[in-house]
Design a protein around this ligand. Structure first.
Ligand code: SF4
Length: 75
């Protein structure tokens, strides 16, 4: 007779050491933001409004929680 193991198999603990991109806050849904990925896989959020208006930083400190330049992306 064959034995039947009804125990739930234990999952190996998986550690993901991949760095996560920071939460961009408002930039995530802003039409002025561009997601930039470097050759080494780092992810940045660039504000393209900075090209027209120097009061906006090219690479804003994330998360952006309030911004006068915020314009939602079209649906
Ligand atoms: S305008 Fe503001 S919210 Fe939009 S991408 Fe630039 S910093 Fe982010």
């Amino acid at each position: 007779m064959m034995a039947c193991n009804l125990e739930t198999p234990q999952m190996a603990s998986v550690t993901d050491d991949t760095p996560k991109p920071p939460n961009p806050g408002l930039c995530r849904t802003c039409q002025h933001s561009r997601r930039i990925e470097s050759d080494r896989g780092s992810i940045f959020t660039r504000c393209e409004l900075s090209l027209e208006d120097p009061q906006f930083p090219k690479y804003p400190r994330l998360p952006v929680l309030a911004c006068s330049g915020y314009r939602p992306k079209p649906a």
